[in-house]
Ligand binder design. Structure first.
Ligand SMILES: Nc1ncnc2c1ncn2[C@@H]1O[C@H](COP(=O)(O)OP(=O)(O)OP(=O)(O)O)[C@@H](O)[C@H]1O
Ligand SMILES: [Mg+2]
Length: 369
């Protein structure tokens, strides 16, 4: 769970760096930001804010501003343990801390993102098995929604951040994956029944996928505006990556999908030449690869284990700064993509407006005008 309060120093670091301290105090004085409170820290009292005041501060001062439209991000590649869930968690929590209303959709039967958002992790500490089973049975997921047993809204759960929500993974996702194979428009169910509906209520939807190329992941590809794919900086990922890129391109072309693909180098090691060479190769040869990445790091592991983003856990550390730079870059790419969509929309409208139909067609298409 997140800490109870955030000091001025931590707040400034989380949203961009210590240079923000003065600005935060200034805005607090002007009444633009909520007034800080005194919190006990050991024997001392310190000034700080409650976790639920962070989105107000992030929205005013942070680097991850809201987008001009609701968006869906999928995190997927066909390799396990390459920081998919970690990136999903960091993107979702960072966006929520910047005031976006976010819903994470867990699509991996392993349930890592569900655990990482603090859901069900108190179960192990409970004594009574029957109570635990009862609680698990009460958890409704996408499979129950597919079978018309619950409404979509009943699958959405709160988290420790007031504007971050979760559709948790349940064991029945396996059955849902099979059921999706047997329906018409089998690749479109998630988009049409779930994600489009969520986009009416949330600024951002983040889907965490398993490393398997299954129906849930193809549905997540169809449903996303942005695909985030980690690129592990290890030699055995090289071959895997080429096959993945090939499959992805084929699927994207065949399904006529227009999502933006952001590749992010992960798990690189600064003092290993091979790892750095691979990182450079990705940057030079993979279209859509980010300049910044996530290095192999113990604080990263700790943060995920504590259900926090890296920036909440150790905002002053170099790795957290790197994560901020990466997220700024990802944010910039998404803004550019939104502009591209906006321009295309204007162009399409212009074309429709300027279009002079050939003789005969005008009558056939008269309903258009
Ligand atoms: N910067 C980091 N360096 C090393 N390990 C990290 C870092 N950040 C997170 N980890 C740990 O690496 C492990 C794998 O990460 P994660 O679960 O995000 O991978 P994944 O791609 O989602 O895996 P899977 O394919 O099983 O879903 C986790 O235990 C996580 O806590
Ligand atoms: Mg995962």
């Amino acid at each position: 769970m997140a800490e109870q309060y955030f000091t001025l120093k931590k707040t400034a670091e989380m949203f961009g760096g210590l240079h923000l301290k003065e600005r935060i105090e200034e805005l607090e004085e002007q009444g633009v930001l909520p007034e800080s409170k005194r919190f006990r820290s050991g024997a001392l009292f310190r000034k700080g804010w409650d976790v639920n005041e962070m989105p107000l501060i992030g929205e005013k001062l942070g680097y991850f501003k809201k987008f001009d439209r609701p968006l869906a991000i999928s995190v997927f590649t066909t390799k396990g343990g390459v920081l998919k869930s970690t990136l999903a968690l960091n993107i979702a929590r960072t966006a929520a801390l910047h005031g976006h209303k976010v819903c994470v959709v867990g699509l991996d039967i392993q349930g890592d993102v569900t655990t990482a958002l603090g859901f069900e992790n108190d179960l192990d500490n409970q004594q009574d098995l029957l109570e635990v089973i009862e609680k698990l049975n009460r958890t409704k997921g996408l499979s129950d929604f597919f079978n018309n047993q619950v409404r979509l809204s009943e699958t959405i759960r709160p988290t420790d951040l007031s504007n971050l929500f979760l559709i948790p993974e349940t064991p029945e996702l396996v059955a849902l994956n099979d059921s999706l194979s047997n329906i018409n428009r089998r690749e479109f169910w998630l988009k049409e029944k779930v994600i489009d509906a969520l986009k009416e209520h949330f600024d951002l939807v983040v889907m965490d996928c398993s490393p398997n190329w299954n129906k849930l992941t193809t549905n997540a590809l169809v449903a996303c505006d942005i695909l985030v794919s980690p690129l592990e900086c290890k030699i055995n990922n090289f071959r895997n990556f080429k096959v993945f890129r090939h499959f992805l391109k084929e699927f994207k072309d065949e399904m006529r999908l227009g999502f933006e693909n952001i590749f992010i180098p992960t798990r690189y090691t600064k003092n290993r030449k091979l790892s750095l060479d691979i990182l450079e190769w990705y940057r030079a040869n993979v279209e859509g690869c980010t300049e910044h990445g996530v290095r192999e790091n113990i604080s990263g592991e700790e943060a995920t284990a504590l259900n926090l983003s890296l920036n909440e856990h150790v905002p002053g550390q170099e790795v957290a700064k790197e994560m901020r730079e990466l997220l700024k870059e990802v944010h910039g790419r998404i803004v550019n993509y939104c502009e591209f969509l906006q321009n295309r929309h204007v162009q399409d409208n212009d074309q429709a407006f300027n279009y002079v139909p050939p003789k005969g067609e005008a009558q056939r298409n008269s309903w258009m005008y």
